[in-house]
Design a protein around this ligand. Structure first.
Ligand SMILES: [Fe+2]
Length: 184
C-alpha cells in the first residue's frame, strides 16, 4: 500500500476491517475465483485466509468494472492479477487481529516494524518475526510464488510493485490494481 497520511488511510482501514469481520466468504466468491483462476492458481489462492480471499475478489470485481470498455486489456489477466495480488501473505498465518496490529506497528513504530521484519527472513524464524516479514515483503514473496507457478511477467511485475508509490510510467494494470486495492 503506498504511504499516505493516517487521516487519509483511516476511513479505508476501518472499512477494510469491517468488511473482513462482518462479510462472509460466500459461494459467489468461490465461483468468481474459479471462473478466472487455473487449478494451480486456485490452489495458491486457497492458501489465503478467508478475509484476504474476500478482499481479493472485491478488488477484482471493482477493477474489472473500472476497466470495462475503457482499456484494451485482457479481462482475464486483470482478474487473475487482482485475485493473486496479495498471495505473498499466504507465506505465513496472518489473522485479522495480526493484520490490524501490524498496520498499527508499521504506522506508529516503523523502526521497530523494520527491525522485527529483518529477523523474519528465514522460513523457520520465530512466528512473530515471520509475520512482520511476510506483511512487509508480501509483494516480493508473492511475485516469487507466482513466477514459480508460471504466471506471466506482467502479473509478476504488478504484484511485486503494487505496494510502492505510484509512478507515471507504471503499466495500466498496475495503476488500476493500486486504485482498486486502496479503495476496497
Ligand atoms: Fe490488497
Amino acid at each position: 500500500m503506498p504511504h499516505e497520511s493516517l487521516k487519509q488511510r483511516l476511513p479505508y482501514r476501518a472499512k477494510q476491517l469491517k468488511f473482513a469481520l462482518f462479510t462472509s466468504y460466500k459461494k459467489e466468491h468461490i465461483e468468481f475465483a474459479r471462473k478466472y483462476l487455473s487449478i494451480k492458481e486456485l490452489a495458491l489462492f486457497d492458501q489465503l485466509p478467508r478475509y484476504e480471499k474476500k478482499h481479493a475478489v472485491q478488488v477484482a470485481k471493482h477493477l474489472l468494472a473500472d476497466a470495462h470498455g475503457k482499456f484494451n486489456i485482457d479481462e482475464r489477466k486483470l482478474a487473475k492479477l487482482a485475485l493473486l495480488h496479495d498471495i505473498g501473505k499466504a507465506a505465513t498465518k496472518l489473522s485479522v487481529v495480526d493484520k490490524v496490529l501490524l498496520v498499527i506497528l508499521n504506522r506508529y513504530f516503523p523502526k521497530l516494524y523494520c527491525q522485527l521484519a529483518e529477523k523474519g527472513q528465514r522460513e523457520k524464524a520465530r512466528s512473530i518475526y515471520r509475520k512482520v516479514y511476510v506483511h512487509k515483503y508480501h509483494n516480493q514473496i508473492g511475485a516469487e510464488m507466482l513466477k514459480r507457478a508460471g504466471a506471466g511477467p506482467d502479473i509478476v511485475y504488478a504484484v511485486e510493485h503494487h505496494t510502492r508509490e505510484e509512478d507515471p510510467n507504471d503499466p495500466i494494470e498496475l495503476r488500476l490494481l493500486r486504485k482498486a486495492d486502496s479503495t476496497y
